[in-house]
Design a binder for this molecule. Structure first.
Ligand code: AMP
Length: 485
């Protein structure tokens, strides 16, 4: 199937081609003809499935006919967060570049002047968060009775954020004869109720149910003591071939503290959370997108639905309290066909939350290190090789330099054994950047293959199968021995 089969206009097909898309995604293939036929629609789809284009593309063609009027937007898209609203606006600009459509973005946290000016000039498409829209409506600055098309995006998130009464109010101010689309990753009862009340005989399209998550994401849970979470996180950041990562925490204070801690340890990280003003949030996001920092520590509200390409890793520093958030969080990686890895830290305090997540997804998340950790002896073998060369001069050195096997290894001193200490960057971390440049991480598998071939027979890691994409093949982390349960 191609986009041309879906009934879109030539101008739109050109914009889609320029965007580099050749094949519609499943939600696009089903939703676009439905919207073009002016039918109501319920789209059960998570972010990362191409759902934004599934409503933005046909909306552009639907809106192409008709005239705008001052203060009376012709269509309305409701988004739960400012970032999502801004992202949808970017989509409109990208796909609507060959059309004469005016769009306005109505979000909190930015000056109202420009927004009001755009409204008074007349807009075809208004993209808004419920709070700011209600505010302007109550002040009589906007009329909703010219709005023929409504999109309620991320409805389940709207529910979590307490926006349902606002949405009901807004719906009641729109003309009864209109086209309505509702998108949600899940359909909890209040959203079903909302759809029954405000949608007319909708076509229901379900794609990649939220509870089934994405096959391109390799997800693990990591049992860890609360006080070891930061150490464990740093271990993963250094050892799991992390290129770009989003780290989610449940509390804004944790987001701040974690970012500070990572900075102290020399990581290039920044933060985004709901206490920051809009311009700072956008600034930090842009830094992340531009690669100035490769780690973003985030709260759920701020990061919901963000389309940031190429995130190799998602870490749940805390297991999310709302199980739906688990799906949304890990959906930041493995996007548009790319492989991703997601790690959820589970301390005793997270036990109930992870049980809820597993109930929602319908399966137990694999425990990191229990089944899938493939241990690569490249490091110890390399040491052994170095020692072997040295041995030519000093034969006694041999026994000490022999590769350790799991059985031979001394038990690691766990963190619980160590005295409590202030978190201090370790001295040897300072030349981190140099060290990284000297030993590019991507070279490791090749080296391990070479060494593995040279050093047979092996005593510990006997597996000659190539490591499947997305599976671990690095050293066994010490914290696996200290997890609870
Ligand atoms: P969304 O689910 O709307 O957040 O979109 C996820 C990502 O997929 C975005 O980066 C889109 O630009 C991209 N995308 C949307 N439609 C397609 C398509 N048909 N082919 C390839 N990528 C797409």
């Amino acid at each position: 199937m191609t986009f041309a089969d879906l009934g879109l206009s030539p101008e739109l097909l050109k914009a889609v081609e320029d965007a580099g898309y050749t094949t519609p995604t499943a939600i696009q293939a089903q939703a676009i003809p439905t919207v073009l036929m002016m039918r109501d629609l319920i789209g059960i789809a998570q972010t990362g499935t191409g759902k934004t284009a599934s409503f933005v593309l046909p909306m552009i063609d639907v809106m192409a006919a008709g005239r705008r009027r001052a203060l009376m937007p012709r269509s309305l898209i409701l988004e739960p967060t400012r970032e999502l609203a801004a992202q949808v606006a970017e989509n409109f600009e990208k796909y609507g570049k060959n059309h004469d459509l005016k769009m306005a973005l109505l979000i909190g946290g930015v000056q109202m002047g420009d927004q009001l000016k755009a409204l008074s000039d007349g807009v075809d498409v208004l993209i808004a968060t419920p709070g700011r829209l209600m505010d302007l409506f109550e002040r009589g600055k906007i009329m909703l009775n010219g709005c023929e098309l409504l999109v309620i995006d991320e409805a389940d998130r709207m529910l979590d954020m307490g926006f349902i009464p606002d949405i009901e109010f807004i719906c009641s101010k729109l003309p009864e004869t209109r086209q309505t689309m509702l998108f949600s990753a899940t359909m909890p009862p209040p959203i079903e109720k909302l759809s029954k009340k405000f949608l007319n005989n909708p076509k229901r399209i379900e794609v990649n149910r939220a509870a089934s998550t994405n096959a391109d994401i390799t997800a693990f849970k990591v049992p860890v003591k609360s006080r070891s979470k930061k150490d464990t996180l740093r271990w993963f950041l250094e050892n799991d071939l992390v290129e770009t990562a989003i780290i989610f925490a449940n509390r804004k204070t944790t987001v701040r503290e974690l970012n500070q801690s990572l900075n102290r340890f020399g990581f290039r990280s920044s933060e985004i959370h709901g206490d920051m003003d809009q311009s700072s949030r956008i600034k930090e996001l842009d830094r992340f997108k531009a690669g100035e920092v490769n780690i973003l520590v985030a709260s759920d509200v701020a990061a919901r639905g963000l389309d940031i390409k190429g995130v190799s890793h998602v870490f749940n520093f805390d297991t999310p309290w709302h199980p739906d958030d688990y799906v949304h969080r890990i959906g930041r990686t493995g996007r548009a066909g790319a492989k991703g890895r997601a790690f959820t830290f589970v301390s005793e305090e997270d036990a109930e939350a992870i049980a809820n997540v597993e109930k929602l997804t319908g399966s137990a998340i694999k425990v990191f290190g229990k089944e899938d950790v493939r241990v690569d002896l490249s490091e110890v073998l390399a040491k052994a090789e170095a020692a072997k060369s040295a041995e030519v001069d000093e034969p006694e050195a041999r026994s000490e330099a022999r590769p350790e096997t799991r059985e031979e290894r001394k038990p690691r001193r766990t963190r619980e054994d160590r005295p409590e200490r202030e978190e201090q960057p370790r001295k040897e971390r300072a030349p981190r950047e140099e060290a990284r440049e000297e030993r590019p991480r991507r070279e490791r598998p090749e080296r391990s293959e070479r060494l593995a071939a040279e050093r047979k027979p092996r005593r510990y890691h006997e597996d000659d199968e190539p490591v499947p994409p997305g599976e671990w093949n690095g050293p066994r982390p010490g914290f696996l021995d200290v997890g609870f349960g």
